[in-house]
Write a protein that binds this ligand. Structure first.
Ligand code: EPU
Length: 351
């Protein structure tokens, strides 16, 4: 039997197992979707299966069943921080977009599901006179995505206000205290294979008018300094950790604004944004441009840039049964070295 025939048979067996899970749990399932439709960069290849649970409990059950059947999966929120390559992705995408039923205010706390829109949550909190997340108002993601990567902007980071996170474990919804999570710059101690279902945030009372004014100020700053209406994944690289350097400034100083590779361009507004344009834009264009930037910054500034966006490669294994990632992302060799060095301390495996 050729390798090709063997992998076709494996995929057929897997498909039958997924069909059985889908029928038993009654979860919404789609085939034939593409990352180009599901991510803000609007590039990326075909996805074998997209499963869209409707509630936190259903999401926990779905991933438990996938794990039991040893079917690799990855979780996607709004797709606003993901660049998936152009090939066929043979894992299940668990979309959290529909898990947005819970949004409950109680005193200074708000309990919200992972699929809820972060900008909408910020507006709702401001109207109720609750401060602490108004800087995050313009981040076009879901609450789950923001928790996963400790999203931050304009002096606010979501991790600082998290009281508890709800995580799927063994098919159940489990509360994890925010104090047990390591909230770093655009990175947390959550592990690949852990599905975040929602959170309770503890906010600070303030005058709604004051919070709304601050939100408007942040919006103005963002409109002035970042591209809007363009297809992007936000900042492409992290700012170099432990320094006061801005990656956008470094790229700008090399004169790379406006530089193009196929359908991908270094934004003329903010150099740490890669924007895509046109039907023919490919993930490969954005990746080639990103690597060109990294190479020049390495050579000319001696700085090793780390991706801030998650790069999802079709030829890498997604999360599997043991809750760990085999190889989850485009972590670079240097990042891998840094990762291995800090592994003992951090015990983290995500990208
Ligand atoms: N700058 C340039 N040229 C550019 C871009 C920036 O000279 O093309 C300069 C600015 O003039 C400023 C400095 O660099 O003096 C810093 O720029 P900015 O204020 O835009 O902040 P940033 O460090 O580039 C970070 C986050 C953003 C977040 C803003 C505001 C990262 C990688 N980026 O950007 O987050 O919105 O601060 O808090 O941490 C994201 O996470 O996707 C993101 C966009």
């Amino acid at each position: 039997m050729t390798t090709e025939t063997q992998s076709m048979i494996e995929l057929q067996t897997r498909d039958a197992a997924i069909e059985e899970i889908v029928a038993r749990l009654g979860v919404r399932a789609e085939r034939g979707r593409r990352f180009a439709e599901l991510t803000s960069l609007k590039v990326g290849g075909a996805i074998d299966w997209v499963l869209s649970p409707a509630t936190e409990e259903e999401a926990a059950a779905v991933v438990a069943e996938l794990e039991r059947a040893q079917i690799p999966w990855r979780v996607l929120g709004a797709g606003s921080n993901v660049l998936a390559d152009d090939a066929e992705h043979h894992y299940v995408v668990v979309s959290m977009r529909e898990v947005k039923g819970v949004m409950r205010f109680e005193g200074e706390r708000v309990t919200v599901s992972a699929g809820y829109s972060l900008p909408r949550l910020c507006i709702e909190a401001a109207r109720r006179g609750l401060a602490g997340i108004e800087g995050l108002g313009g981040i076009p993601g879901t609450v789950g995505g923001a928790l996963w990567m400790n999203a931050g902007a304009y002096g606010h980071e979501i991790g600082t206000v998290v009281e508890t996170v709800r995580v799927a474990r063994g098919g159940k919804v489990v509360d994890v205290p925010g104090s047990e999570v390591k909230w770093d710059y655009r990175h947390t101690s959550f592990q690949e294979g852990e599905l975040l279902l929602g959170a309770t945030l503890h906010l600070r009372p303030d005058e709604p008018a004051h919070i709304i004014t601050r939100m408007a100020e942040v919006k103005r700053k963002r409109m002035d300094s970042q591209p809007h209406g363009a297809r992007s994944a936000g900042c492409f690289f992290k700012n170099p950790p432990g320094t006061s350097l801005s990656t956008g400034k470094l790229i700008d100083e090399l004169g790379m604004k406006g530089q193009q590779r196929g359908g991908a361009t270094v934004s003329p507004v903010h150099a740490n944004f890669i924007v895509t344009e046109g039907e023919d834009a490919r993930a490969a264009d954005a990746l080639a441009l990103a690597e060109e930037i990294r190479e020049r910054i390495r050579r000319e500034r001696g700085v090793e840039l780390e991706y801030e966006v998650e790069i999802w490669r079709s030829n890498e294994q997604a999360a599997t049964t043991d809750g760990q990632s085999e190889t989850q992302s485009a972590r670079t060799e240097t990042e891998n070295e840094q990762h291995n060095e800090s592994k003992d301390v951090q015990e983290e495996t995500r990208c």
